[in-house]
Design a protein around this ligand. Structure first.
Ligand code: AMP
Ligand code: MG
Length: 268
């Protein structure tokens, strides 16, 4: 792992987005706000940068990453969209929905980012700072939450700093993020499948599809097959602080995690 890096903190804005783009292009690691949590970005096409990202987070490389892009045409360069996936993209992007799709033939996302799978997870974030950075950079950016694996996801630049200072190149401070919960992950398989609950509700997705989402096999009773979303193992949920379900009126960070609908959120 690259240690002892001097982690620069810049305010969001044109100069911040340009510095972020330059750092990403040089293979560096940049934390920035999305509407869900602060993400830790690396060039999705650069396997060395991605290896640094896994190391900086202490995240196992079998847990694949989500590729973030600025718009649908960029998304279509990396994933194969059928009519249903296009319908979901039109309804919910930009926003807190990740679609898992077959890779395109010339998908630029490094195999290390997708754990060698022939599918790729894609999202278009709505946050203006994330959008500005993605547009300035031009390519896809993998961006898991900007925390050490096992810690609670950051909703402020200060959270990122306390976890990752000295391990990453740049933090773009765009203030507090709104959702505080990771994106909903939907597998666009023959039967659309809810792989991880998140910032977009199952009901809203089902309303667009006009049918119920299936559950991953690992959730079905008596089924011990491999999970389809590799990072969803129960052991990944490991906050350090006590947490309270459905509590209101105080900071999630101060109280550990307060919102864990299924108890199976990844914390990486
Ligand atoms: P995050 O931990 O928020 O960065 O979200 C990444 C999660 O997306 C992983 O832990 C997996 O559960 C899921 N994921 C990413 N890529 C794939 C893929 N190709 N197939 C299935 N799930 C994926
Ligand atoms: Mg995470």
């Amino acid at each position: 792992m690259k240690t002892g890096l001097e982690t620069l903190i810049l305010p969001a804005g044109e100069a911040g987005a340009e510095a972020a783009a330059r750092t990403l292009a040089a293979g560096g690691l940049v934390a920035f706000p999305t509407e869900t949590v602060y993400g830790l970005g690396a060039d999705a096409a650069n396997a060395t940068a991605i290896a640094h990202l896994y190391a900086a987070k202490g995240r196992p490389a079998f847990n694949p990453l989500i590729a973030h892009v600025a718009d649908l045409s960029a998304a279509r360069r990396i994933g194969r969209f059928d009519a249903r996936a296009l319908q979901l993209a039109a309804a919910f992007w930009p926003g807190p929905l990740t679609l898992v799709l077959p890779k395109t033939e010339d998908c630029p996302v490094a195999d290390l980012a997708t754990a060698g799978l022939d599918t790729v997870a894609i999202r278009i974030p709505a946050h203006p700072v994330a959008q500005a950075i993605l547009r300035a950079f031009g390519g896809a950016v993998v961006a898991p939450s900007a925390n050490i694996s096992g810690h609670v996801s950051p909703t402020l630049a200060g959270h990122v700093e306390s976890d990752l200072s000295g391990r990453i190149d740049l933090i773009v401070d765009g203030g507090p993020v709104e959702v505080g919960v990771e994106s909903t992950i939907l597998g666009c398989f023959d039967q659309p499948m809810l792989l991880r609950p998140g910032g977009l509700s199952r009901e809203r997705i089902e309303a667009v599809l006009g049918s119920a989402l299936t559950r991953p096999p690992m959730e079905a009773e008596g089924d011990d097959s491999q999970p389809l979303a590799p990072g969803m193992l129960a052991s990944h949920y490991a906050p350090r602080a006590p947490w309270r379900a459905n509590s209101r009126g105080f900071s999630p960070r101060a109280a550990g995690s307060t919102c864990c609908p299924s108890g199976r959120r990844t914390q990486t």
